[in-house]
Design a protein around this ligand. Structure first.
Ligand code: NAI
Length: 255
């Protein structure tokens, strides 16, 4: 059964790989056998992580990518494919930012930054990956959305709207790309302890959040591994357009 999740011989591209879920997932994909490219704005931070992965015997590379600068997206994927000497099979479309503020106080510039990064940026990264995969009639794209795109969360109007957009985009991409051999699914983390999540901790939200999570715990990045490996591997060969929450049951608590 382990062979079902084996990624040997595959190449993975992870955006937003300098911290949190992206960094952790890059390592997990490498452990599962994939050659990985870590892509993020903070490329200096990536070099030390890549060094660590290579030392452990994995194939890893780092490339600069700013998803709000479209010209860097194709460049980064070209570079990844030339360094690894093979096309990208798995795209973990993960780069994202958070903005938590009451709706009436959200600032236009910040709203634009959220949409540019979480929706337009994710769209363009997915589009570039999809073009390459469709040409080969093979590939898996994992869009990292959020349960905030599935339920209404206070202070998360622009963020939640960006993630709801990404979920809808996932379904349309899946519909258009299924017959071209490309699978597209959305991973929807709930509350996962990362740098991004610190915003909630700093605002003193953690206690009230815990009350709304049936499992009464903030998730750890490792707890996304099962869903990620499922979507990345041939174990999900008949899955496309799926939207998978990993949230300790939080989506249930408002029903
Ligand atoms: P994080 O802040 O540790 O990681 C976000 C990554 O995206 C960083 O590496 C950052 O440099 C990168 N990034 C931001 N803007 C970028 C840009 N313009 N171009 C390229 N890279 C950029 O946060 P975390 O928690 O690891 O978030 C990863 C993804 O998971 C995000 O899309 C986030 O919305 C999503 N998510 C996180 C949840 C959580 O509770 N931590 C819950 C639901 C979704």
């Amino acid at each position: 059964m382990a062979a079902l999740f084996d990624l040997s011989g595959k190449a993975a591209f992870v955006s937003g790989a300098s911290s949190g879920i992206g960094l952790h997932t890059a390592q997990r994909l490498a452990e599962a056998g994939a050659a990985v490219t870590l892509a993020a704005r903070r490329v200096d931070r990536l070099h030390s992580e890549v060094g660590r992965l290579r030392k452990a015997g994995y194939t890893a590379n780092a490339v600069a990518l700013d998803v709000t600068r479209p010209e860097t997206i194709a460049e980064a994927m070209d570079w990844a494919e030339s360094q690894l000497g093979q096309p990208i099979d798995i795209l973990f479309n993960n780069a994202g930012i958070l903005y938590a503020e009451r709706f009436v106080a959200q600032k236009a510039a910040e709203v634009a930054r959220i949409i540019d990064t979480n929706l337009t940026g994710a769209f363009l990264v997915a589009q570039e990956g999809a073009k390459r995969m469709a040409a080969r009639r093979s590939g898996s794209i994992i869009n990292v959305a959020s349960t905030s795109g599935l339920r209404a969360g206070g202070q998360l109007s622009s963020y939640g709207a960006s993630k709801a957009g990404l979920i809808h985009l996932t379904r349309i991409m899946a519909l258009e790309l299924a017959h071209r051999g490309v699978r597209v699914n959305a991973l929807c983390p709930g509350n996962i302890r990362t740098e991004m999540h610190q915003t909630f901790e700093e605002k003193g939200f953690e206690e009230s959040l815990l009350k709304r999570i049936p499992m009464r715990a903030i998730g750890e990045v490792e707890q996304l591994d099962g869903a990620t490996l499922l979507l990345a591997s041939d174990a999900s060969s008949y899955m496309t357009g799926a939207v998978i929450p990993v949230d300790g049951g939080q989506l249930l608590s408002w029903m």
